[in-house]
Write a protein that binds this ligand. Sequence first.
Ligand code: GLC
Length: 746
Amino acid sequence: MIKLAKLLGLGLTVLLSHAFRLHDVFLSPPPKNLEARVDSVLTLMTLEEKIGQLTLFTSDWEVTGPTMRENYKEDILAGKVGAIFNAHTAAYTRELQRMAVEETRLGIPLLFGYDVIHGYKTIFPVPLGEAASWDLGAIQQSARVAAAEASAAGLHWTFAPMVDIARDPRWGRVMEGAGEDPYLGSAIARARVEGFQGTDLTATNTILACAKHFAAYGAAQAGRDYHTVDMSERVLREVYLPPFHAALQAGARTFMTSFNELFGVPASGSSFLLRQVLRDEWGFEGFVVTDYTSINEMVDHGVVANEAEAGELAIRAGVDMDMQGAVFYQYLLDQVRNGQVSVTLVDDAVRRILRVKFELGLFEDPYRYSDEERQKATLLSPANRAASREVARKSIVLLKNEGEVLPLSTTLRRVAVIGPLADGRQELIGAWSGAGDYRDCVTLLEGIQARLPKPGTVNYVPGCSIGGADRGGFAAAVKAARQADVVVVGLGEAAQMSGEAASRSDIRLPGVQEELLQALAATGKPIVVVLMNGRPLDLSAVAPNASSILETWYLGTEAGNAIADVLFGDYNPAGKLPITFPRNVGQVPIYYGMKNTGRPFEAQDKYTSKYLDVANEPLFPFGYGLSYTTFAYSNLQVQPAVFTPDEPVSIKVRVQNTGKRAGEEVVQLYVRDRVGSVTRPVRELKGFQKVMLQPGESREVAFTLTEADVQFYTRSMRLEAEPGDFDIYVGGDSQATLQALLTLRK
Ligand code: GLC
C-alpha cells in the first residue's frame, strides 16, 4: 500500500509540476532556509532533469579541450544541461539563460563558467608573475577586478584559482599557479578565492571560485602535461594539498578534479580525494566539477572498460558535474533505472549544484549578471587598466643589475631596443588570457618610446624571431647596438609555449635568441635583458651576457608601461621568485625545500651528492629578487628560545635600507627541523612580510611562530610537532644566512 501511495504522490507531483513553471511555484513566498528551497526544487525534478544539472557543456565560442559538441542549445532547451562554459558577454549569456528559464519545463537557471585566470578583458600578469609580487593585497585586487569584469559579462563562475604546486619548469602550466611552495601557494590561494568571491556571492561583482586541479596535477612526471603522478601520501599532504585546503577555508564553493592519476586512480574516480579528504576530512559542501572529459579519459587510463563504467566510478567517487564528457548525460538514466546507481547519489549531487545556484541569487533573478550597461562601464576601464599596471610593476623581478645600469635616465640620447619580444604585442597576455585582446596591450617598445619621445632616441630592431634559426637580422641589431648608449633586449617565449599541453623538454630561450644576445654583448655596450616567459628558464647563457636582467613573465594589458616604470626608476622593483630558476634542465626537479640526504655535498669528498658537470645550487633561488637599493638584516631574536606547545614564539629581526632609494623588501622567515621521525626539508617558508623602507630607515619586523607551524606528518602519519631543535633563518631569499636556534620541549 505504501508503495502505491508513494507512486500516486509522485505522479501527482509530476502532474502538478507540468502545470507549474518553477518560479510560479516560487510566486508563493519561497521557503525560508536554503535547504528547504533546494529540496522544494529537487522534488519537482524528473530524473532526466536531475541528470541535466550534472552536465556542463562548452559553447562553440571557444574550445579549451579535445572535444566539441554542436547541439548544446538543443540540450539547454531539453533541460539536459545545467551549466555552460566558454559562453560570455551580457547579450549571449542573457540569450542562453532566457532559453533555459523561459523555454524549459522547470526553468532552472544555467550557470555560466569561464577560465578567468588572470583577468577577463583587462589582463593582469600570469598567476606565476603575480605570485612574484608576494603582495597578497595586489593579488586579491587582481582577482577582484577580474570578477567585476567577468560578472559584468554575464559570468557566474571562474575555473580559478589554479593552486597546483609545481616544481618542474618543463610543465607548461607552471605559469598558471603560484610556484613551488605550499606556504606561499596557500596564502595566494586564499587571496585569489577572496578576490573572486568577495563576501557576498549574490553581489553582481563577485563570482564563484573553483580550486583546481584536485589534486597534484603539477607533479606530472618529467614535466610532461597529463603524465603520471606518483608520490607518497606524506608528500601529497605536506606539499600539494595545503593550497587546496587554504582555498576551501577561504570559502571556495567549487573544486575541479585533475586529469592525472594519483595512487593509481584518476582523480575523477578517486573517493580518497573527493570523499575522504575533501568532504569527510575537510567538510567541503560545494560541488565538484571534473576537468574537460576527464571522466571519459578514465577509459584510456585503463581503470574502467568503457564510459558507462567511468560514469559510475565518477559519481560514486564524489563527482557532481561532468565537464563536456556527456557521460552522465548518456548513461546515468539507465544506470539509475536499472538499480546500478542509487538515485541518492544523483540527488546529493543535484542538491550541491542547486545550492550554489541559490547562493548566487540566480533563482531570484537569473538575468542579474547579464547587464549590458555594467559591461560597457566596467570592461577595460581606466581604473582597471591602472590596477593591472600596478600589479604588473609589483610582479617584476630584478635578477641582475651589474654596475647599476638600471634605472635608465630619461636624458639618454640613444637607446637600441632589440629582440623578438620587444614589440611582440600578441605574447603579452600569455596563455589562459580569457576574453583579453592583445591589441589592447602596450608593448615594451611603446613603453620605452613613451619615456623617450624625442625623435631618433629609440632605435628598434627585432634581430630575430622567437623560434627558428634565421640569423639574418643579427647584423642590423648589432649595428643598432653599436650606435646606442644602452641596449634593451626583449627575449623570451611565445605565449603559447606555456599553458596547457605546452611542456618543453629544453627550458632555454627558444630559437637563436641566445646567439643574438651574445652578438649584442660582444659590442661591449650595457645590455638590459627584459624576459617574457611563462616558466623558469635556463638562463646560464643569458646571465653572463647581460648587465641587468628583469624577469617580467607576461604582464598583460599594461606590460610595456609597467616595465618602463621599472626601467626608468618610477617604480623600484621588489619582486621575488616564487619558483627556483635552475642552471639547466638536468637539475630538475630542484627546489629550495629539498632533503639533506645522507651524503650532502662536500667539495673535498668525491662520494657526496653532486653532479660532475654543474653545481647543486640553482642559478636563481626561490625567494630571490634584487632592488635598486640594498637591505641589511641584523639582530635576529627568538623569544622564548625554548618553547612548549602552547607557547607562541616571537621572532624579530631588524631590516635596514642601506641604499639611496626607497624600496620594498619581502622579509622571509624559514625554519629547519633538524631531527624528525622522518627526514625533513632543509628549509620551509613559514612567514613573509613586505616592508617599504626609506633610504637609511631601519625597522624591526616581527613574526609569531607556533607549534602548529612546525607540525608535519610523522612516521606514524599523524600531523604533529616533535620536540627538538629548529634553525630559524630570516632574510631576503631562501638562502638567508642570519640564523638562530629554537627548541621545542613537550
Ligand atoms: C582545460 C583545463 C582546465 C580548464 C578547463 C575548461 O582542459 O585543464 O584548467 O578550466 O579545461 O576550459
